[in-house]
Design a protein around this ligand. Structure first.
Ligand SMILES: NC(=O)c1ccc[n+]([C@@H]2O[C@H](COP(=O)([O-])OP(=O)(O)OC[C@H]3O[C@@H](n4cnc5c(N)ncnc54)[C@H](O)[C@@H]3O)[C@@H](O)[C@H]2O)c1
Ligand SMILES: O=C(O)[C@H](O)COP(=O)(O)O
Length: 528
């Protein structure tokens, strides 16, 4: 099968080599497409690779009927409508590590340019002016740098700033005193950082909670003469408030790589002599561009080949060794989900998934998603996948519980799916037998031993002599071959089940006839 990939922003040629080496991938590079042009062309693509220019909006994702993956060759995914991607089952991957170094180095370059007014002096000299008085700077040594957002880039900036003998105070909801102490920096609240710093650099993602995090109110709390750096995202700092604070001389200068609107339409902030600026160049180095393009290319190949991505943004990401341990259970979890959906006679309201034995000490989130996918696929079809399964479950009002138990009922591992409807619950359990593959080992209270694959028939009946024979004869009459058969009962003469594996799908009229056989209460064909 050939997959079509659109690269809609300039990506490193070397970086997309992994894609080019795959024979079944056809790559089109069309950069600079307008929104309308992208909308017109997106339908034929299975994957889209972007940087920050392409706005992957809801209407684009809705039109992209074949899209399976969006690869962001960089960190920030604020140009991608993640909710729409999740709803449509499109996996979004990014390249979180590839440009950390370059972004941190650019931040330091901006910090020093700001302190020594290098761009302004350069500009003046190019105009043939020799003006030494106008470009007096400030030293970094002994000053305080406030870092807001202490993730990969924030931490790298702090590390470098210490080399410039700056004192560093940082705020991040995940920064602990211990980590700060280890790095030789101070951990503060947002207010403390804002009030104590001589330079403030922001390194958070742009999201609703960080929009205008540095606001008019924040500028009012800062030291007079503070200098601001933004190499993260336009919008984290309120540009209008920054403009006013510079005019009012509360802020001595700003170094900006990113802007609320890109490309900039209104240049008033950038034209201020106190502002040094670059056109979103933080990640624009040969090394970073190669790294990020390689990383997303590899992940997109994985996704298109049905494998697990390393850096999913809208899927849980697990360490490789955990993935390796849970991978063998994927097939079982989906099959148990599908089996459960067949057992439910009414809309499912709650799903509880119990993991025991070998599974009890692992992060099993992907298995839970996979089980839910198996359940929902029965009625919603193939467009339910691991990405959008929790979204659809929530939309349908189905509560999902995940539980770990120590009770294994004699199995080394056991996965039990319990579905609850308005009028009751049903259960199916399965296991992975070492070297023998997967088995369904329990249906409600009945022990069975069934390979979860092919055409199954679940029959509920009363344990009476002849019931099994009557089912066998009827199926033989309609030329349905029984491959395997299991029987379980609660007690002699009580409720019982038959689990049959048959060689072909059973026609509706045969099912109807089975339903009419005496002592048979329920006949359920289950295709796995
Ligand atoms: N200028 C560029 O070219 C360029 C290059 C790379 C990254 N970036 C931007 O830099 C951002 C950070 O990148 P990263 O790799 O360090 O990401 P990261 O996820 O490693 O770090 C972000 C940090 O921000 C923290 N955070 C979130 N909300 C916060 C808040 N309200 N207050 C304080 N901290 C908060 C998070 O806890 C996290 O530690 C990216 O989201 C991207 O937008 C820009
Ligand atoms: O979030 C990022 O990785 C940076 O902002 C880089 O964006 P770019 O790929 O458009 O340079």
């Amino acid at each position: 099968m050939t997959f079509h990939i659109l690269v809609s922003d300039p990506l490193s040629e070397e970086g997309i080599q992994p894609l080019k080496q795959e024979e079944h991938l056809k790559i089109d590079v069309h950069t600079g497409l307008s929104h309308e042009e992208l909308l017109e062309t997106i339908e034929k693509y299975d994957a889209l690779l972007v940087r920050s220019q392409t706005k992957v909006t809801k209407d684009i994702i809705e039109r992209a009927k074949n899209l399976k993956a969006i690869g962001r060759a960089g960190v920030g995914v604020d140009n991608i409508d993640l909710d729409a991607a999740t709803e449509h089952g499109v996996i979004v991957v990014n390249a979180p590590d590839g440009n950390t170094n370059s972004a941190a180095e650019h931040t330091m370059a901006m910090l020093m340019s700001l302190a020594r007014r290098i761009p302004q002096a350069y500009h003046s000299l190019k105009q043939h002016e020799w003006n030494r008085k106008a470009y007096v700077g400030v030293e970094l040594k002994g000053k305080t740098l406030g870092v807001v957002g202490f993730g990969r880039i924030g931490a790298e900036v702090a590390y470098r700033a210490k080399g410039q003998r700056l004192n560093v105070i940082a705020y991040d909801p995940y920064l602990t005193e211990e980590k700060a102490e280890k790095m030789g920096i101070q951990c503060g609240t947002l207010e403390e950082v804002i009030q104590q710093a001589d330079f403030i650099t922001v390194h958070t993602p742009l999201m609703p909670a960080t929009k205008h995090l540095i606001s008019r109110d924040a500028f009012n709390q800062m030291k007079p003469g503070v200098r601001i750096i933004n190499c993260a995202r336009g919008g984290i700092i309120d540009e209008d408030a920054l403009y006013e604070a510079i005019l009012e001389k509360k802020v001595a200068g700003a170094a900006l790589d990113v802007f609320e609107e890109e490309p900039i339409q209104n240049y008033k902030l950038v034209e201020l002599p106190e502002v040094v600026a670059t056109p979103h160049l933080g990640a624009s180095t040969v090394e970073a561009q190669e790294n990020v393009a390689i990383d997303v290319s590899r992940d997109v190949i994985q996704i298109l080949n049905g494998g697990a991505a390393k850096n999913p943004v809208n899927l849980p990401s697990l360490p490789a060794e955990v993935m390796k341990r849970i991978e063998p259970y994927f097939n079982l979890s989906e099959k148990l989900g599908t089996f459960s959906a067949h057992l439910a006679q009414e809309p499912i309201e709650e799903v509880s998934i119990y993991y025991s034995g070998d599974l009890a000490d692992l992060d099993v989130t992907p298995l839970t998603r996979n089980t839910v996918k198996g359940i929902l696929k029965r009625h919603l079809g193939d467009h339910v996948n691991d990405v959008n399964a929790p979204y659809f479950a929530e939309k349908k009002g189905i509560t999902i519980n995940e539980q770990k138990t120590t009770s294994t009922k004699g199995f080394t591992n056991l996965l039990t799916v319990e579905t609850r409807t308005k009028s009751g619950a049903s259960k199916v359990a399965g296991t992975l037998l070492n070297g023998l593959g997967t088995r369904i080992v329990k249906v409600d209270a009945y022990s069975v031993d069934v390979v979860p694959q092919g055409h199954l028939l679940l029959i509920r009946h009363t344990d009476q002599p002849g019931a099994i024979g009557r089912v066998g004869s009827l199926l033989a009459k309609f030329d349905v071959n029984i491959a395997t058969m299991q029987v379980g009962r609660s007690d002699v003469g009580g409720d019982a089940i038959m689990m049959l594996t048959v060689d072909r799908q059973i026609d509706e009229d045969v099912l109807q006839k089975l339903q009419e056989v005496s002592d048979i209460h329920q006949v359920k064909p289950i295709d796995l």
